[in-house]
Design a protein around this ligand. Structure first.
Ligand code: PMP
Length: 353
């Protein structure tokens, strides 16, 4: 730490992203929930020489084709769509500006939430998931803090249906609920359909998983217009141009290509089902996942040992060392072939122990 670093931030423990190894082509990379598929062909078409020349200009301000395409997809108004540099940035604005009474979230959920609280000095209240990793909304009744729910949750993949989200919103209509839907497109139903009814709901989505643009850095928030205006006020007080010209084009193209989006997510859903049953046949305990990853307990060996042995075989999955997580690994669903190789590697590992 330099002598210039603000002492008030000295205890900040930064978020640790999943490893991004250099020799990625030699590895089967199943550790950060990226898509195994390339972006939509429409994204390639959108990136013309002419558009690249336009990089000399600042990105457009006001309603963009991306907001229009998103509004059309969800049947909302473009003014109800906020764009950010990845959903991490959208979440940062929510923690910074929309938590007047602090934030409340689960003990096992997206690891960035407590980091944002430290960064912006937001008081946080943590509610443990139940023994079986389920989230019981009764545990949130009476809490006044802004609620953050990843749905489906990470790293478990477990999902709350819309009736449950509705019941959470009804608990207190003066309390904001932020539903982080990074993984909702792999079998879940988006709560965006409820934003017309609930002005205490804010939905966050990302283009990093189901739309194959993790490197493009694009996230959305959708809510009633007042909340979106608040987010824009925060953005325009920090970095108005946080989403670059090319990413705005890529996002619009990806949003418009519904056919490709459906084909990719359906492929992941099918491969997830096959991988889950193959691993369960080998004794794994895996809760039903609605995400593009599974939360797998190998049972016969520890999560750490399984992670390390897979790594020796060139397969990278995510291991979290905490007390409640150490028996598990989180495995991103890759292509069918990648997952067959994971299952074959698992057989080899189990034959050795
Ligand atoms: N929310 C959840 C639950 C996530 O797992 C992630 C990805 N690490 C994000 C948000 C952030 O995704 P991005 O910033 O790439 O949009």
């Amino acid at each position: 730490m330099s002598r210039f670093f603000d002492g008030k931030l000295s205890s900040l423990v930064a978020y640790t992203p999943g490893e991004q190894p250099k020799n990625v082509r030699q590895l089967i990379k199943l550790n950060t929930n990226e898509s195994p598929f390339p972006p939509s062909p429409k994204v390639f078409e959108a990136l013309t020489r002419e558009k690249i020349e336009e990089l000399r200009l600042y990105p457009a301000i006001g309603i963009t084709p991306l907001q229009e395409a998103t509004a059309k997809f969800y049947g909302i108004r473009p003014e109800q769509v906020f764009t950010a540099n990845g959903s991490d940035e959208a979440l940062a604005f929510c923690f910074h500006g929309l938590c007047p009474n602090g934030a409340v979230f689960a003990d096992l959920t997206y690891g960035f939430y407590p980091v944002f609280c430290d960064m912006f000095r937001i008081p946080m209240h943590i509610i443990p998931l139940r023994e079986d990793f389920s989230l019981a909304i009764e545990d949130y009744a009476g809490r006044k803090e802004t609620v953050f729910i990843a749905n489906p949750n990470a790293p478990t993949g477990m999902y709350l249906n819309l009736d449950t989200i509705r019941a959470l919103l009804e608990q207190d209509r003066d309390r904001l609920v932020v539903v982080d839907e990074a993984y909702v497109d792999f079998g879940g139903e988006s709560a965006v359909s409820l934003i017309g009814e609930y002005d205490n709901l804010l939905v966050i989505q990302t283009f990093s998983k189901s739309r194959q643009l993790a490197g493009g850095r694009l996230g959305l928030a959708m809510a009633c217009q007042e909340l979106i205006d608040d987010l824009n006020k925060l953005k325009f007080s920090f970095n108005p141009y946080s989403v670059n010209n090319l990413t705005l084009l890529e996002g619009a193209a990806a949003m418009e290509d519904v056919e490709y989006f459906d084909a990719c997510r359906n492929a992941i859903i099918e491969t997830r089902a096959r991988t889950t049953s193959a691993l369960r046949e080998r004794g794994f305990i895996i809760p039903e996942s609605m995400a593009n990853f599974i939360w797998a307990n190998p049972v016969r060996i520890s999560g750490k040992e399984y992670y390390e042995k897979l790594r020796e075989k060139g397969i990278l999955v995510r291991y979290f060392s905490g007390e409640r997580t150490k028996q598990h690994v989180r495995i991103t669903i890759g292509s069918e072939e990648q997952m067959q190789r994971l299952v074959a590697a698992t057989d080899e590992i189990f034959a050795e122990v």
